[in-house]
Design a protein. Sequence first.
Length: 117
Amino acid sequence: MVDFNVETREDSHVDIVDLRGYLDAHTAPELENVFTKLIEDKRFKVVVNFENLAYISSAGLGVFMAYVETMRENDGDIKFTNMSPKVYNIFDLLGFPLLYEFYTDEKEAIKKFNEKS
């Protein structure tokens, strides 16, 4: 069984989504559920922490594409932090750095949200 875990927490009015394990076609629905709940709760400022994510597939990448527009239409965004070079290379290969903001540190991403509000 492929191991995946997603948890959310809040810091300075920003929701942090912690990913752990393998994000692929089998586990992507768990992440979709998290984003659906954030939107239902009108929580549009999201930082995704990849520190403990070992692998991401195109299905995992698709989750972010599916929700980022809704976040941005509501004065929010999805920012990425703490990505390993291996995981970042997948995002980079598909042009994500042109569409999303990447940070080495979670606090830095949270600070960016709070500078705008």
